[in-house]
Ligand binder design. Structure first.
Ligand SMILES: [Zn+2]
Length: 306
């Protein structure tokens, strides 16, 4: 069944790139509403921004949504991953600025608050996107692929020259709370050289060693080190979860990402929806619903604070 949050949930923080204070409130929404953002700091324009693949304006560092009036909300991927990973299908997300708060750089602050507040069963079946044919996109040496599977499976591979990250592979079936247990607390990461370059362009102004894992060669500069030995690939899977959530419905299929970032995953959704024979919408029966990422997730699965 479709679910929404039981009551509004409020978060305060700063935007990763702007550094500006921002408040985000996840509001309950009716069945079939889907996920929408609303810019409550603006007037006299269309402030509703759909959390959908076709509203993505590609940018290299984060996932940015822009509506027809040019109103934008960026860095939506972590809150989107938390919503789908907790089984929230309908919500209206009010934000007081153009960027979602970065919080600790992972999805776990969103997950913890959503599960603490609880979900409301809306007694309308969930519709999902069943993948019927292989769809693949490439950009240079990065690629991503969707192929048929009866639940969301994910395989991811990354390669960085910095020894602190290096090559990492991970495979996972994202049902039974696996997202919350295994991925939700993995943080954004970047290289010190990227931080210097972004700062020179006036970006990453809200970035600190508390909301991103910063590496330099074989060193992890963030105090406390890593939350997982392979935190980087886990975070890339978290990002892919959030970006795939922009499909508008849970995906029943196998996602493979090879050095894929936000733009490649968005290319993949665009390629999927351009090929009507490659998928079909299904109303989930009990067995399919039981395999969706957020079903049966409880508070006990949240990783302990580090
Ligand atoms: Zn991320």
């Amino acid at each position: 069944m479709q679910h929404t949050v039981k009551a509004p949930i409020r978060f305060e923080g700063v935007g990763l790139h702007s550094g500006a204070p921002v408040t985000l409130t996840i509001q309950p929404a009716s069945a079939e509403h889907g996920i929408w953002f609303r810019r409550i700091d603006l007037d006299g324009t269309d402030t509703m921004v759909p959390a959908r693949w076709d509203a993505v304006k590609q940018s290299p560092l984060c996932t940015r949504l822009v509506n027809a009036a040019g109103v934008e909300v960026s860095t939506v991927e972590h809150v989107m991953a938390a919503l789908i990973g907790c089984g929230v299908h309908n919500a209206l997300i009010d934000v007081t600025g153009p960027e979602v708060p970065i919080l600790d750089g992972s999805a776990v602050p969103f997950v913890r608050a959503i599960l603490a507040r609880g979900l409301r069963n809306q007694r309308v079946p969930v519709r999902a996107i069943e993948i019927l044919e292989v769809v693949e996109v490439r950009r240079g040496d990065a690629w991503a692929r969707l192929s048929p599977a009866d639940t969301l499976r994910m395989d991811f591979h990354i390669e960085f020259s910095d020894a602190a990250i290096g090559r990492q592979d991970k495979s996972m079936t994202l049902s039974n709370g696996a997202f919350v247990r295994e991925l939700s607390d993995s943080r954004t990461f970047c290289r010190q050289s990227d931080v210097d370059a972004m700062r020179a362009q006036g970006l990453a102004l809200g970035g600190t060693l508390d909301n991103a894992v910063v590496v330099d060669g074989d060193m992890v500069l963030s105090p406390g080190g890593l939350r997982h030995r392979d935190e980087a690939v886990r975070h890339k899977m978290l990002d892919a979860m959030g970006d795939l959530a922009l499909a508008g419905a849970p995906i029943l299929g196998h996602y493979e990402g090879h050095r894929a970032g936000h733009a490649v995953t968005n290319d993949l959704l665009r390629a999927l929806f351009a090929q009507p024979q490659a998928f079909r919408m299904v109303t989930c029966d009990g067995a399919q619903t039981a395999r969706l990422p957020g079903v049966g997730v409880t508070h006990r699965e949240i990783p302990a604070p580090v």
